[in-house]
Design a protein around this ligand. Sequence first.
Ligand SMILES: NC(=O)c1ccc[n+]([C@@H]2O[C@H](COP(=O)([O-])OP(=O)(O)OC[C@H]3O[C@@H](n4cnc5c(N)ncnc54)[C@H](OP(=O)(O)O)[C@@H]3O)[C@@H](O)[C@H]2O)c1
Length: 174
Amino acid sequence: MLRIGLYQLHKPDPAVPWAESVGALRELLDAGTIRASGISNVTTDQIREARQILGDGLVSVQNRYSPAVRDSESELRLSTELGLAFLPWSPLGGISRSSLDGPSTSAGTAFHHIAAERGVSPQRIVLAWLLARSPVVIPVPGASRPASIADSAGAAELVLSTEELARLEHALPG
Ligand SMILES: NC(=O)c1ccc[n+]([C@@H]2O[C@H](COP(=O)([O-])OP(=O)(O)OC[C@H]3O[C@@H](n4cnc5c(N)ncnc54)[C@H](OP(=O)(O)O)[C@@H]3O)[C@@H](O)[C@H]2O)c1
């Protein structure tokens, strides 16, 4: 039987009780239509409730997370605790070429400085920084150019030093 490997619920529907939406994932798991499920754009309470309903059938959380948008820190922490993959969407800020091309913020400057020292793109530094946040992080950068994909893939091999990570943390807003 053909199964969907990972089926992700895009966003909680405010008109539908969360337990009911997650219950539909439970039914897909039980029917064998999907092997594993994920949830996206969720709070810590929604992650906990989904975990209760889906158990090990819940494997991933996909929230927006990047140097510029870090309001999912608590969801990242909880995903780490529970061993759920955390897939930051728009990890480069969604419009990364324009947002990272001009180092107008202290965080942007720090990412650019380290990129220049390493001789790599600022985007690769952002992705390496995300990978260093937690072992459960799997960034999903978007790209329309093959060159972007090849460049971003290099982040998997780039290990930032403790000193570099401290510089980046120091430069990030609040
Ligand atoms: N779950 C959700 O609610 C949700 C919402 C939004 C997005 N997403 C997912 O998140 C993923 C990524 O989001 P996104 O595309 O909005 O934002 P993003 O990954 O933050 O940024 C994509 C932009 O970064 C550029 N880029 C990527 N790698 C680069 C590199 N190494 N060097 C230079 N530029 C680079 C791309 O340029 P080029 O196009 O020129 O290659 C593109 O303009 C997508 O797969 C999307 O499906 C999920």
